[in-house]
Write a protein that binds this ligand. Structure first.
Ligand SMILES: Nc1ncnc2c1ncn2[C@@H]1O[C@H](COP(=O)(O)OP(=O)(O)O)[C@@H](O)[C@H]1O
Ligand SMILES: [Mg+2]
Length: 263
């Protein structure tokens, strides 16, 4: 027997959490099974998930919580479409950087913070991340090692879970504009995209990630810098939100394709 798709969304006190309502309604309109889970406890609310394949949509959660959620789903008879190892791999920067370094900003991982000063010669600035997140935009740009450590510490404080310490990541600062989020399933970009060059790059990246890292469902952010398309970030589809104009249309296209998948 074929399995069916259910998409699960976060809730608090049995109420769907904003901003996931837009997507929840799209899924319902398309006739996709939907179900809520409690954001705090990760318990599944009143759904029978027998023979269901589950896609999670929600905030970034720790790998430990993702495993816990997967277990709760299993207890209800369902199975996660994206296994926990893939969830972890997709969101970890150091995991995809080496494979894709020719498409993205040059980056360095520094574990020994006493070596940071070596990177800030001649007034050079760096974009600071840890292995999961940045502070976003200008707030993540450091002019010296002290600022880099402050940004790094702030990133840790902003998150309610701890991650493996893979050091501070310094990325070449570039002017990025016109960023676009692509969703890729099994190495193919989903939905309609008008810019052919950009789509070509996104497809190349999607194929590499699928073939070399075995990640089945991801998001790929591509921006423009000095008239050239450039890879900004890769992430797990499930926690890649839709915050730009046009993204809602894209998620609708994604959901329509997901609905036709045979598991
Ligand atoms: N190297 C960089 N130089 C300048 N801006 C950057 C750089 N890297 C990222 N950004 C900007 O910061 C935003 C957040 O960076 P991103 O790598 O996506 O981290 P996050 O994990 O926090 O989303 C990007 O969408 C982009 O606009
Ligand atoms: Mg990002």
């Amino acid at each position: 027997m074929n399995k069916e798709l259910t998409i699960i969304y976060p809730s608090i006190f049995n109420e769907l959490t904003s901003p996931w309502d837009t997507e929840y309604n799209i899924a319902k309109e398309l006739g996709i099974n939907v179900c809520l889970f409690d954001e705090e406890t990760l318990n599944i609310l009143k759904c029978d998930l027998t023979d269901q394949v589950i896609i999670y949509r929600g905030w970034m959660i720790s790998i430990q919580d993702y495993i816990k959620l997967s277990e709760n789903i299993k207890k209800k008879g369902g199975v996660m479409f994206i296994p926990s190892e893939q969830y972890k791999k997709a969101n970890t920067f150091s995991n995809w950087y080496n494979l894709l370094n020719r498409y993205t900003m040059k980056s360095y991982f520094i574990k020994d913070f006493s070596k940071l000063d070596d990177y800030f010669n001649d007034g050079k600035e760096w974009f600071v991340k840890d292995d999961l997140k940045s502070l976003g935009g200008k707030k993540s740009i450091a002019k010296n090692s002290k600022q880099a450590i402050e940004i790094y510490n702030q990133i840790q404080e902003n998150r309610d879970f701890k991650i493996e310490n893979n050091g501070i990541c310094l990325r070449e600062v570039i002017d990025i504009y016109d960023e676009e989020r692509f969703f890729a399933l099994n190495g193919e970009i989903l939905g309609i995209h008008l810019d052919k060059d950009r789509l070509k790059l996104a497809n190349q990246i999607a194929k590499k990630i699928f073939e070399k890292l075995n990640l089945v469902f991801i998001s790929i952010d591509i921006g423009r810098s000095e008239l050239k398309n450039i890879l900004v970030e890769v992430g797990d589809f499930q926690i890649s939100d839709i915050n730009k104009e046009g993204d809602v249309k894209k998620i609708k296209e994604c959901y329509s394709i997901l609905k036709k998948l045979i598991f």
